[in-house]
Design a protein around this ligand. Structure first.
Ligand SMILES: Cc1cc2nc3c(=O)[nH]c(=O)nc-3n(C[C@H](O)[C@H](O)[C@H](O)COP(=O)(O)OP(=O)(O)OC[C@H]3O[C@@H](n4cnc5c(N)ncnc54)[C@H](O)[C@@H]3O)c2cc1C
Length: 302
């Protein structure tokens, strides 16, 4: 007989870790599976999590794991989940991992986060060190510096530039070959923000610290960091394979408390929906989904 869990949590970022803690404290038998690809692993410090402002992402995970270790019904696994199959006869889920292991569970919490795709592959060398995507997370550290805003879509350019202007007024916008409307050009001119619509040829700097943006056909514009607007995607197809309904924007539909439209499948953290990037919001959503899971198990078994 295979080991059967009450809940398997896929993903050990703040959403999954917080859910594990909540379910462990509720005396549920839980497995947390994580493969170490949390989105903020590239950054040096995390900001804004009350009592942990400035903590290193790995230290945050270590402290959370230490909290969880106090609860014996939680097992933590360093593996990649590759497939989740529903057994239609028992209603249970079979979870297959990259280690060729199969586990059985009654409930699944998807807390697998999202990943980003950049308009230029070079951005990755600077991302998390001098280029960031969330001003609330890293704006304070870049305050008053000469910054680049790198984005291609006009709505994103406008939103990010207005937001970052609060932290530094020394801004230059780089659209990587995309034209801007007269309206936004006028808005920027009034605030003395220069915008280059040329394609970006390369980025320059040492050890992830941006020093300039090189444009086609050859101008090199000095900058000391900045913000980018990536595209975000889910790194796996579990929600789709498990028939969780999504809305017209691709957002997985929930009841607002982590329950998806597929029985037994719950979701928490950034994989559920976009919004401000925040460890705190992800952790809070992990708690919320875990209490839904616990409530559902309680009612089913009472
Ligand atoms: C550069 C950068 C800086 C940031 N700085 C801050 C900051 O200062 N303050 C702040 O509040 N937020 C910050 N964030 C945002 C923060 O990282 C996210 O909001 C948060 O990590 C989302 O939590 P999550 O649990 O939803 O996902 P994640 O933290 O991304 O965790 C998802 C987990 O799922 C696991 N996983 C995915 N697929 C599988 C699979 N198939 N099998 C096993 N495991 C899997 C991954 O290993 C990962 O650990 C930053 C983000 C970035 C990119």
């Amino acid at each position: 007989m295979m080991n059967q869990y009450d809940c398997m949590i896929i993903g050990g970022g703040p959403a999954g870790l917080s859910a594990a803690l909540t379910l462990g404290r509720a005396r549920r038998k839980v497995a947390l599976v994580d493969n170490g690809t949390n989105r903020n692993r590239v950054t040096q410090e995390s900001h804004g999590f009350l009592t942990r402002d400035g903590i290193k992402p790995q230290e945050f995970k270590n402290l959370a794991s230490k909290d969880i270790e106090s609860y014996p019904s939680i097992t933590m696994m360093d593996q990649t989940v590759i497939e989740i199959i529903k057994d239609d006869i028992t209603g249970l889920f079979l979870v297959n991992t990259s280690e060729n292991k199969t586990y059985v569970t009654e409930k699944i919490l998807l807390a697998t986060g999202i990943q980003e795709e950049f308009p230029l592959p070079q951005i990755r060398q600077y991302y998390g060190k001098s280029l960031f995507s969330c001003p609330y997370c890293d704006g304070w550290e870049l305050r008053d510096k000469p910054l680049a805003i790198i984005a291609e879509n006009e709505e994103h350019i406008s939103h990010m530039t207005k937001l970052v202007f609060n932290w530094s007024q020394d801004l230059i916008v780089f659209t990587n070959g995309h034209q801007l409307s007269k309206k936004i050009q006028n808005d920027f001119e009034q605030k003395k923000i220069k915008a280059y619509t040329n394609a970006i040829k390369d980025l320059h700097g040492d050890d992830g610290n941006l020093s300039s943006v090189e444009l086609e056909p050859g101008d090199n514009i000095l900058r000391a960091g900045g913000f980018v607007v990536p595209s975000f995607y889910r790194p796996n197809k579990f929600a789709k394979q498990l028939n969780c309904q999504v809305d017209e924007n691709g957002t997985i539909m929930t009841d607002g408390a982590g329950r998806t439209t597929a029985a037994g499948i719950y979701i928490a953290g950034e994989t559920e929906k976009g919004g401000p990037s925040s460890l705190m919001i992800a952790a809070a959503e992990g708690f919320k989904a875990a209490s839904s899971i616990n409530m559902d198990i309680t009612i089913e078994r009472f």
